[in-house]
Structures are given as structure tokens and as C-alpha cells.
Design a binder for this molecule. Structure first.
Ligand code: KG4
Ligand code: ZN
Length: 341
């Protein structure tokens, strides 16, 4: 295969339209993310039809901005990568179709990228020579996975959520507390002011590597029903946000610690939108320090959905598997490739 350097990545799986130019799977030359948060905020969640239409309008300008900010053009691109799943079908189709068209025009390969694998690369692109095995905690709005990474493309799913994803729980609790959408960053902000020990919310699924957040969310709802005054008292919502966050982070940390021991991991890797949470970041760094491991956290701008992680994962997939045929479609319910259910 000819030498590949510059990959253009596109991400349109949910409510972010993103394009990035990444060299050699690690050097981010431009990463543009256009969030549709304002369009979906009044509905309290992502509306698939609105998302697809917005992607259609935004994908052209976002790609143009990525080229402008990198001082580059389509002629200098060696491959085009796009997220092909999991995600919203109509939204995925926009990015994949645009990527195939751009690849055809430029006469370069197209590569379809799994969104979950890409979140791993949001962290891994910082240190591609990482000594394996590592354990990754992938926490986003749609997924909560504990993964042993034995090699590139060699994954073992050690645990996953049996109900809500971690980000979903943050968003639902935020709604109960009257915060805006998306709720995760708001819970994080209020939790900095509140007391994490104000309410002792349950730590679920002790003794298992699987996660559960539905009971924790219900416990918050029941507490608010019994104590409606906290919604209007000074620091009331801050205390609930901090106490919920402490219970969620404790659960994530406990399972990450057990998984790291199980596979004798060199490094704890954290990625996905919830990896932007300040309490979770400190907890993982502290866990790594106390157990003599390294911590590799996706930088904040590469935690939530972005296209730099797609371009990086695409670069590596091209090395291992070669181009994806243009006849390949999308897979809205794709699992992490190479992993056992
Ligand atoms: O990875 P992502 O952008 O999209 C998916 O692939 O799902 O993750 C979005 C999720 C949302 O649930 C959002 O509330 C959460 O990440 N999130 C956070 C924080 N920033 C984003 N959750 C907790 N604390 C944060 N600071
Ligand atoms: Zn994501």
C-alpha cells in the first residue's frame, strides 16, 4: 500500500458535525466540531430527524473550515475516514456518503470507522507506543464499556452497562435537577460547589465488572420526591449533583480497578464524553498513582465526539485492514470490532 500520511476524518453519528485532518494517526492539524446542542436543547435530547438535516447543512462548511485551519486542501489528503456506526442511521449516512464522495473526487481510499474504537484513539493518539495490555474505561452518552486492549484491533469487553449508559445517567439526573441539556457538564459544574457526602446514594453492581445506573437515577428521583425543598434551597441541587456524581464515579472507579488487576494492565485509559468529568479524571489519575500504573486520559477536546479520533482510528485501520469498499454501508448498532459480546 502507498504511504499514507494525511487522513481527513468525518464524524456525524449523533449531534456533532465534525471534520479533522490528522497526520500519521497522531498529529492533529485541524479539528472542527460544530455542535447542534442549541437545536436539540428545547426537546431535552437529540431528535434524529433534526440531527440528519443539520448534518447535511453543516458538513460542507465544517470540512471547508478544517482545510482552512490546517492550511491544506483535498489534494493533500491520502485517505478519507468516516464514522460508520454505531449511531443514528440518518446521521451516519450523511458523514459516510460525504466521505465516499470526497474519496472518489480525490482518488484516495475510503475507510469506515467504528465510533467506539475511535473513542479509544481519542486517548491513544497521544501515546501510540503505549505498552500493552491496557484497560480502557469508555464512558459516553450511549455506551459504558470496560475493555482490555491486547493489541490494535484486539479487544476484550470485560464489562458493560446492564441498563443506562453513564452519560445517560448524568443527563437524566441533570433533567431532574432542572439543569440544561446536555446535563453532564452542568452536573460537573454544580458538583464542584456541593458536598459529595450530603446524600449517600447507592454504589451499584458490587463484585461484578458490569455497570448499572438506572437504580442510582431512581434513588435521586425518590430523594427529590421526598425532599422537594432541596430544589429551591441554597446549595440543594449542588449537594445532590455532587452526591450523585460521587456514587457514579465510585462505581466506575471500582470496576476499572478490578479490571486493571485482572488483566495486569500497564495503563488506565479513559475516553468518551463522560471522560471530560473532572471528578472522574482525578479519580482515575489517583487510582493509577496508588496502584503504580500510568493513566492516559483523552484530552478534553477529544473526549466528546470529534473527528480527530475518527481520522486517527481510520489511519490505523487502513494499515491493518486496507480500504473499506465503497459498497459498504453503515451499521447503526455496531459493537466494538473484534470483541466478544
Ligand atoms: O462521547 P459523547 O460526546 O457522545 C456519545 O458518543 O454518546 O458523550 C456525550 C455524553 C453526554 O451524556 C454528556 O452529558 C456527557 O458525555 N458529558 C459529561 C461531561 N461532558 C460531557 N458527563 C459528565 N461530566 C462532564 N463534564
Ligand atoms: Zn461518542
Amino acid at each position: 500500500m502507498p504511504t499514507l500520511k494525511a487522513v481527513l476524518g468525518l464524524e456525524t453519528s449523533c449531534d456533532e458535525t465534525a471534520a479533522a485532518l490528522v497526520d500519521e494517526g497522531r498529529i492533529v492539524r485541524a479539528s472542527v466540531v460544530s455542535s447542534q446542542i442549541d437545536l436539540h436543547a428545547r426537546y431535552g435530547g437529540v431528535v434524529p430527524e433534526i440531527a440528519s438535516r443539520a448534518h447535511l447543512e453543516l458538513i460542507g462548511p465544517v470540512v471547508a473550515e478544517a482545510f482552512e485551519s490546517a492550511g491544506s486542501t483535498l489534494n493533500a489528503v491520502d485517505a478519507v475516514a468516516a464514522c460508520s456506526g454505531p449511531g443514528l442511521a440518518g446521521a451516519l449516512l450523511v458523514g459516510v456518503t460525504a466521505a465516499k464522495a470526497l474519496a472518489l473526487v480525490a482518488g484516495v481510499p475510503y475507510v469506515g470507522v467504528n465510533h467506539l474504537e475511535a473513542h479509544l484513539y481519542g486517548a491513544w493518539l497521544q501515546n501510540p507506543d503505549l505498552k500493552l495490555p491496557v484497560v480502557m474505561l469508555l464512558v459516553s452518552g450511549g455506551h459504558t464499556l470496560l475493555v482490555a486492549v491486547d493489541g490494535r484491533g484486539k479487544y476484550r469487553v470485560l464489562g458493560e452497562t446492564v441498563d443506562d449508559a453513564a452519560g445517560e445517567a448524568f443527563d437524566k439526573v441533570a433533567r431532574l435537577l432542572g439543569f440544561g441539556y446536555p446535563g453532564g457538564p452542568e452536573v460537573d459544574r454544580h458538583a464542584r460547589i456541593g458536598s459529595p457526602t450530603a446524600v449517600d446514594f447507592p454504589r451499584a453492581m458490587r463484585g461484578s465488572l458490569n455497570f448499572s445506573f438506572a437504580g442510582l437515577k431512581t434513588a435521586v428521583a425518590l430523594h427529590l420526591r421526598e425532599h422537594p425543598e432541596v430544589l429551591t434551597s441554597e446549595f440543594g441541587v449542588d449537594d445532590i449533583a455532587a452526591s450523585f456524581q460521587a456514587a457514579a464515579v465510585d462505581q466506575l472507579r471500582e470496576k476499572l480497578a478490578a479490571a486493571a488487576d485482572m488483566v495486569n494492565a500497564t495503563t488506565l485509559v479513559l475516553g468518551g464524553g463522560v471522560a471530560a468529568n473532572s471528578a472522574l479524571r482525578s479519580s482515575v489519575v489517583e487510582l493509577a498513582e496508588t496502584t503504580g500504573r500510568d493513566a492516559l486520559l483523552a484530552p478534553l477536546e477529544l473526549c466528546t465526539d470529534n473527528a480527530a479520533m475518527i481520522a486517527a482510528a481510520g489511519w490505523w485501520r487502513l494499515q491493518s485492514d486496507g480500504p473499506t469498499p465503497l459498497s459498504a454501508g453503515i451499521d447503526p448498532s455496531a459493537r466494538l470490532p473484534g470483541s466478544t459480546p
